[in-house]
Design a protein around this ligand. Structure first.
Ligand SMILES: [Zn+2]
Length: 92
């Protein structure tokens, strides 16, 4: 029984340490300018209208900033003309 109790205490200690380290890591990421750009982009409220997923790079683009292209009867939205060209050249 004493063994189980000690195991439980260790598990709790590890859990607390893990949570603390994760909090520290997240704060470090937010402070790092390399990650800040991405996180502010993500935190931005979506622009008015719909968000569409770029099938090439997987990025979400708003109606007004998206480049749309009708392909095989379906309308696709792209973040940039590069992605659109890539999509067309792949012939999907
Ligand atoms: Zn894209």
């Amino acid at each position: 029984m004493a063994f189980l109790l000690r195991l439980l205490v260790w598990a709790l200690a590890f859990y607390a340490a893990w949570k603390w380290l994760r909090g520290l890591f997240q704060r470090w990421i937010q402070a790092d300018p390399r990650f800040r750009v991405r996180s502010t982009q993500r935190d931005q409220p979506p622009l008015s209208g719909h968000m569409h997923k770029d099938p090439v790079c997987g990025m979400y683009v708003a109606d007004e900033s998206a480049i749309s292209q009708k392909h095989l009867g379906t309308l696709y939205y792209f973040c940039s003309s590069e992605c659109r060209e890539k999509f067309i050249s792949q012939g999907r």
